[in-house]
Design a binder for this molecule. Sequence first.
Ligand code: BGC
Length: 419
Amino acid sequence: MTFHRNRINRTSVLVGVVALWAAAGIGAATATASPPTTSPPQRAEVAAAPAPVAAEPASLTEQRGRPTVSRAPWGKTPDGTPVERYTVKNSHGMTVRILSYGGIIQSLQAPDRRGHKANVVLGFDNLQDYVDKSPYFGAIIGRYANRIAKGTFTLDGTTYRLPVNDGPNTLHGGTKGFDKIVWTATTFTTPKTAGVVLRHTSPDGDMGFPGKLTTQVTYTLDQKNQLRMDYRATTDAPTVINLTNHAYFNLAGEGSGDIYDHRLKIWAKSYTPVDKTLIPTGEIAKVAGTPFDFRRSTAIGDRIREDDQQLIYGLGYDHNWVLDRSSGTGLQRAARARDPQSGRILTVSTTEPGLQFYSGNFLDSTLVGTSGRMYRQGDAFTLETQHYPDSPNQPNFPSTVLRPGEEFRSSTIYGFSAS
Ligand code: BGC
């Protein structure tokens, strides 16, 4: 895996509103010869913050206007494992609720241009629905986000077989991926941030993947309305890895209707076309002259019904964009979405090379969400930062191989503002 370390500090001014891309981001995806980190949570990669201190009672920290984190029981899985919900709050109008089950972002309140808050992610108000029928709402995806063709790949001469769960392919880590396990969670606060560290060790052979994988995901909310995700993993045998978060966004508020008016910009000149099972053909195609050109901000719905074979295969957008990355390999801008009604803006920056933009095509009116409203096709979109789909079978794509002695690292920031 070719990973590097870098830093960006980029500020974008949007009609009088500061859209923060990635302030002081450190901790880019990197492969180093460092020993496996099975030690307590490492916070070094999170924005030059002081060492974390134990979470103190919300009442105390709220008085000081600092971000807070609290936790509460949120039911039990069918096998009796207790699940907790963590509420992370800042003093600038954002509240994020994270479950230990699946590392799920269960709700995310963000202010609009008048300061009115809404929950801008799809989800459920109870654990059972997540267990029974969630299409990965808000979850951490692993060991391999997106598809692996025919559920098989060969690494160092050995062929591995994974459970297929999406037509002939493996999707999002197989039948029981990282979205369906209960993570071990700890909380932290610093003067300017609060968050949750989630840890999970996936045994050798889990879902067919080789190597014992030790994984850590840190969610950090700051006072600039940025939610940062830092992923780390080590292995004791060669394996493949691709981690992401699968939040479904509707910047007008979940359950409020479709997202076709949202305007989207993606910093990408190319994308990876797919076959009819949504596996990349291997081609890196130019977006110019196609409905996949989001280099200028365009409404999601403008071209979604065009007679385009790729849109027909995906029932809309369900593709990986090849992000334009400058020589630096740290956090770089990837996408920006804006809801014209509320003015809410989501900016995405990442260390990853790819971005899956999925326009909620498979939402089919069968799920009733957090606010009691039913979700229909196009009621949300995802912007999943990732390596390209099916990389283990695509020699010309950036490698997703992780070896013992290396450390997988990647970071993504979802920033919220309004104008
Ligand atoms: C995939 C879609 C899939 C969705 C929910 C997305 O990441 O690209 O094809 O339907 O996840 O499973």
